[in-house]
Structure formats: C-alpha cells, structure tokens
Design a protein around this ligand. Structure first.
Ligand code: F6R
Ligand code: ZN
Length: 199
C-alpha cells in the first residue's frame, strides 16, 4: 500500500503477463464469473464443463473514493473466445454517470465497445501507445481481438465514480465483437432492447 498523502511512482513490469511494481488489489475474473454474458450459451457451457479459464485480471492502486482523487491501475484481457465471441471484460457504467475514464494501451490488439444509456454506441480500436478517452455517460467494455497476445492497458478514473454493472449484466451491450473469417466483426446483440422496450 502506498502512502496516500505524498506523491509516489510505480513501474509497469514488462513481463508476460505484464504487471505493476506495486498495487493494493489484484482482481481476477474467470469464465464462471461471466455467466450469461456471452451470446453462445452452448459454447459457454462446453468450455465451463472442461475448465474455468482466466479471462481477465486487473491491478488497482487504492485511492480514497472521493471527488478530486483518481483511481488507477492496469488491466489485462487474455486472448481467447467463447464460441465466436472474443474474451472481454464485463463492462459497466460508472455509478456516477457523469464521470469519464482515460485508457492507455500498452500491449496487444483490441477494441473498446461503448454505449450511452440512450443506446448510442461506439467502438474504438486499442493498440500499443494508443490513448482512449471514454467521456462521461458512456458504458465501456474492452475486448481482446488479438490472437495469442494479452491486451494490456492502464486506466484512470475519478475516485468517486463507482461501477454499475446492472443493465449490462441483464442484456449486455448493443454491439458484440465476434470473429468472422478470421477477423473481428461488430454485430448486433439480439438480446439488447432499446431503453423504451425495457420493462
Ligand atoms: C474502471 C475500468 C477498468 C475495469 C477493468 C475490469 O472503471 O473501467 O479498470 O474495471 O478493466 O472491467 P470490469 O470492471 O467491467 O469487470
Ligand atoms: Zn470504468
């Protein structure tokens, strides 16, 4: 744990997997934590029956959850697919909707899938040395579309933002990222309902 009252530095460890020289928490999400989030339920069940692979993990440096602070850390999305759908994070809105997030990609190939509560969507590609700004109000999910390499990025967001997984856990994002003919393709999520059609 760093002394939160004085300036500090930390280093990105350039290993495989990458890491941080110091952190307060290391959170891992395996397939079993993603039940209902992949479209192909048969592929999900078949994979779950044989193993419980690690889909992604992230390291966080704790900061007080208050306005003015910045929470930050490193995320790693591992390569792989459930059916045709690439390994991805759960994705979330921030509980305080009007809070943004900044990402900086260090390794791998991927995309960030984003949408607003009204259903406006956007997908931006992630590659090493590319920065991404997620404005306030946009839910975000990172997807590893690379073959065989981790997708790794640094993230920074306001200390008071919080995470709201609610609607994403129920119906996912409006767009899915799947492999077609060996390439990533963005398709409609058939389970997604527009805000006016939700009960
Ligand atoms: C924080 C943020 C990232 C993600 C991480 C895991 O606001 O966007 O640090 O938390 O990549 O994703 P989720 O939280 O969606 O499981
Ligand atoms: Zn976030």
């Amino acid at each position: 744990m760093v002394n939160i009252k004085i300036p500090f530095t930390f280093d990105v460890i350039q290993g495989d997997p990458m890491g941080l020289s110091q952190y307060d928490s290391h959170i891992t999400r395996r397939l079993s934590a993603m039940k209902g989030m992949y479209l192909d339920e048969h592929a999900f069940a078949a994979l779950a029956a044989t193993s419980d692979p690690l889909l992604y993990e992230f390291y966080e440096i704790s900061r007080p959850a208050v306005t003015g602070e910045l929470l930050h850390g490193l995320s790693i999305v591992h390569p792989g697919k459930v059916g045709d759908e690439y390994y991805m994070t759960k994705g979330h809105f921030h509980t305080i909707l009007e809070t943004a997030e900044f990402y900086y990609c260090l390794r791998g190939q991927g995309v960030m899938v984003m949408e607003t509560p009204e259903g406006v969507w956007a997908v931006e590609s992630l590659q090493p040395n590319r920065a991404l700004y997620v404005p306030p109000r946009w839910a975000h999910r990172s997807v590893n579309t690379g073959s065989g390499q981790d997708l790794v990025f640094l993230f920074v967001y306001p200390g008071n933002a919080g995470h709201d997984y609610g609607s994403i856990e129920v119906q996912g994002f409006r767009k899915l990222v799947v492999e077609r003919n060996g390439k990533p393709e963005i398709i409609d999520n058939p389970r997604w309902l527009s805000p006016k059609d939700r009960s």
